[in-house]
Design a protein around this ligand. Structure first.
Ligand code: PMP
Length: 285
């Protein structure tokens, strides 16, 4: 596989980053994952804008302009012959000479820019989406700036492990009695014709897929309610689902061992998945 590191396209075995890189020592990095369908980028603009916001919030220098990032994404898709898959992008504050809590001076410390592809044939026609996933609920103990897409992913990683140990696929995180989001996705419940999901704030990541799916739901005459919901309310819902750039719209069929409806993917979740895939393919760049 060919990867990108600071201006160069390299074989993955030759791409090397310093042990003093602040992402390695302090998780001082931000990232984006953009999916590829039919060799084209899904919602690139949304991901690029959120990246810019993450960088600004952390006072981190931006190593490449929008057009350059788009070009690098496209070149990696081409070089690796990706038809369906993902592109991972990470920017870190770079590698100052020493370990120090204080941010290094951007005049003397260049940011690190890394991109790589992951080939995932069958991403759109995912058999998991036909079956749905099971989630458990866990406490949300993450920091207070979940709107910034940082590489601090230890707790989401632990959450996935807790789910795995419990025989489930993923975990929904709960804070003060209400669901915040999934370990790597936004969470929704459906009651009748109403799609319910937590409103945007610093408590959750502002999902790029979330924005698109809520727009498509409204266009399809579904009602959208952005408000808090509890795990108890979720267990009584008609349907549930999660959204992310890599899973699109994924039906949830069980919460903490309680089956939703008849325990199969809900009609609205499946409809939104179909619309999302159709519309995203049309708008892909
Ligand atoms: N919330 C969290 C915690 C995530 O990690 C992700 C995926 N990175 C999302 C939500 C979904 O965001 P997006 O639709 O932009 O992939």
């Amino acid at each position: 596989r060919t990867v990108y590191l600071n201006g160069e396209y390299l074989p993955e075995t030759e791409a090397k980053v310093s042990i003093f890189d602040r992402a390695f020592l302090m998780a001082d990095g931000v990232y984006e994952v953009t999916s590829v369908l039919g060799g084209k980028l899904i919602d690139f603009e949304g991901h690029a804008k959120r990246l810019e916001r993450s960088l600004n919030e952390l006072d981190m220098p931006k190593p490449a302009a929008f057009d350059d990032l788009l070009e690098i994404h496209r070149e990696l898709v081409r070089l690796n012959g990706i038809d369906e898959g993902m592109i991972y992008l990470q920017i870190t504050r770079g590698a100052p000479g020493d370990r120090d809590f204080v941010f290094p001076d951007p005049a003397t410390c260049e940011p690190t820019l890394v991109l790589f592809t992951q080939n995932k044939p069958g991403l759109a026609d995912n058999p998991v989406a036909k079956k749905g996933i099971k989630v458990i609920s866990i406490e949300d103990v993450r920091w207070g700036r979940r709107d910034i897409k940082t590489t601090q992913l230890l707790y989401p990683s632990m959450g996935k492990m807790m789910a795995k140990k419990a025989g489930a696929d993923d975990a929904w995180m709960v804070e003060d009695g209400f669901v915040t989001e999934g370990t790597s996705n936004n969470a929704y419940i459906v009651k009748g014709n109403k799609i319910i999901t937590r409103a945007l704030s610093n408590d959750i990541l502002h999902g790029i897929t979330r924005a698109a799916v809520l727009r498509f739901a409204r266009e399809a005459q579904m009602e959208v309610e952005e408000r808090n919901f509890s795990i108890d309310e979720a267990k009584e819902a008609d349907e549930a689902f999660v959204t992310s750039a890599s899973t699109f719209v994924m039906p949830v069929v069980e919460i903490d061992g309680v089956a939703l409806g008849d325990g199969t993917p809900g009609a609205r979740a499946l409809r939104l998945r179909e619309i999302y895939l159709d519309e995203s393919r049309k708008a892909a760049v």
